[in-house]
Design a protein around this ligand. Sequence first.
Ligand code: 3HC
Ligand code: NAI
Length: 707
Amino acid sequence: MNELVQLTKDEGIAIITINNPPVNALSPGVPEGILEAIEHIDRDDSVKAAVLIGAGSTFIAGADIKEFIKITSGKARGTPLLPLLQRIEDCRKPVVMAIHGTAFGGGLEVAMAGHYRVAAPGALLGQPEVKLGIIPGAGGTQRLPRLAGVAKAVEMCAGGNPVKGNEAAQLGIIDRLIEGDLLAGAVAFAREVAHKAAPRTRERQNKLGTPVQNAPIFAAAREAAKARQRGLMAPLAAIDAVEAATRLPFHEGCEVERKLFTECLFSDQSKALIHIFFGEREVAKIPDVPKETPTLPVKTAAVVGAGTMGGGIAMVFANAGIPVLLKDTDQAALDRGLATIQKNYAASVRRGRLTQQFVDERLKLIKPTLGYDGFATVDMVVEAVFEGMALKQQVFRELDRICKPGAILASNTSTLNIDEIASATSRPETVIGTHFFSPANVMRLLEIVRGKATSKEVIATCMQLSKKLGKVGVLVGNCRGFVANRMFHPYMREAMFLVEEGTGVEAVDKALYDFGMAMGPLATGDLAGIDVGWRIRREYEHLEKPGIRQPIAADRLYEMGRYGQKTGGGWYKYDENRRAIPDPGITELISRWAAEADIPQRYISPEEIVERCIYSLVNEGARILEEGHALRAVDIDMIFINGFGFPAHRGGPMWYADTVGVKKVYERVCEFHRQHGELWEPAPLLRKLAAEGGTFAELRVEQGALA
Ligand code: 3HC
Ligand code: NAI
């Protein structure tokens, strides 16, 4: 047909093979090739039935997402798939869809337009479009309920999670599971059905239910979507579209779907989520560390320090099946660390996230120790002892003496200079920062800090390892606070200033929660510990310029012993379930402290709260970019989404700035600069982009560029 779609024959059975690596997306040429093949099959009397299969590791993984970017930016018009699918369904010969790998989005929609479907048991079938801020756009919301029933179709289209081949068979999406050779099994199946009627999915009605049966399904799904996918429009649109399938004839239902799909596709949410999809893959690409860079095997690991982070990091290795030694200096700390690990695992079993058997196997992989026994053979060590340069250097000196040549020596430091740590060893090329986020076994971000001497092999290995550990690894430069904490600092600072200027604690948190943050900044402060922030402020006090405004209330809370959740009170007070309760006493105290410090009080709108906090992130992000401590704006976006609960549907702080308009952001930053002084000095890059009408997304990376 064309180079993307091939047609061959096997004694009366036509075989259509989609060959569009890596994932057989429906890029231009693929739908056209399928159409031509179907026309040919209909005409060719020697063909009795057909099989459609994907070459390589997968069936069709969906529409080509890059095409969506072209469509919304006016560079392409896009060809609707619906007529093609109807043409497949109208083929006079039975068409059998043979599924392995993933049948996602448009891929599942193509599959459902076939007359029969067979699949490998491990295949995944899903409508993940909501994760891109869109809904199925080629009849998925209309055909899926006809095959799987309304409740499951709603769950799959609004939630976006796939089902495995065997579940799909139970649901009626798949007609037969095929163990072994999928193509041979599919061809045999096609022979069996060659002389039978070719059932059209669109004509099936028996699983569509009645309005009375369906009403509670839709109501519950809408409630769940509002709670779990807060602020997202696509899940609600997907539910509306499935509802249309139950109320309207197929073609009218498809029209409703098309309209909702287009609305979603052109929304800022979808553009942001598509940016995230590609961003997650782009951050793995390091200009001067090409794909072919050799990597070192990480088959065994060790963690030094069994505290909050060390315990979590040990779990991360164990969860990936990597045996890990967990070392501490005193037995009590080691016991505490292990008890926390067990408690965390038990909670996952209770919530049904992990099975007891999985947990038992993982626990066997974590080996507690007080000494360095076994360290001589491990491939990688992650140090997670107290934050302090002298201690870290001592640990690295010991590791240098004990570990085998080539072993990766990583530090989980959140602020310290990686080069200084590396200087304690005779092999700085193996030293790197691997900054996990708390809780390490949950948060997806892994900030990977490149030291001056870190070798490309070590970087490539850690980037690759992050994926194996289920993390999004982002490479950053070695500056104070690296990228994540460095940016979080002005964000928190503004939140605290706003409180001191008369905005209630809850008002600040609510404005940012409503913006989409997973938690308000002050609630986050209570969770992380007000003592932690206090300690960091003291450590870096000597670097602050005299006369620059500093937050005052947080230090006072610290002095009162209000460290946050762990002491039952901080910015909020906490009940026994650690639920935050507003504390009027604190509001009163803060206004007293503000009066003593002559801080003028005024009403500050939710919009201004968001601007102060988010634009402070953008301004710092711009500085980080111009200094070369992050490779691309998208790297910063990935850091904030995966490390700090920034709403993915806003694309990350830098993408959000592009959405608002860099010029507008710059003008607000200038205004804040006039009002609040030096801390708001606009970053030169922000000024430059505003003047040139540029965007952060379009900034190009210099070869090799991390400072
Ligand atoms: N369109 C364009 N490119 C795609 C793509 C797609 N649908 N799916 C994957 N790719 C690209 C990736 O960007 C990556 O490119 P790169 O090598 O240049 O970085 C390459 O294919 C390999 O992808 P992964 O690294 O993600 O490979 P994995 O093996 O880890 O995962 C996958 C494979 C599970 C298929 C995963 O890529 C995935 O989930 N893809 C998206 C699937 C999807 O969302 N489909 C629905 C699209 S929307 C749609 O179909 C609308 C319809 O209703 C009309
Ligand atoms: P923690 O205080 O909970 O644990 C530190 C552990 O190290 C203690 O169990 C202590 O006994 C042990 N230890 C001290 N000296 C040791 C030595 N010489 N050998 C072996 N064990 C030793 O500290 P936490 O919070 O886990 O922090 C560890 C590191 O991770 C620090 O560098 C911190 O900055 C960083 N970090 C902390 C985050 C957090 O949210 N707590 C987040 C990200 C990084």
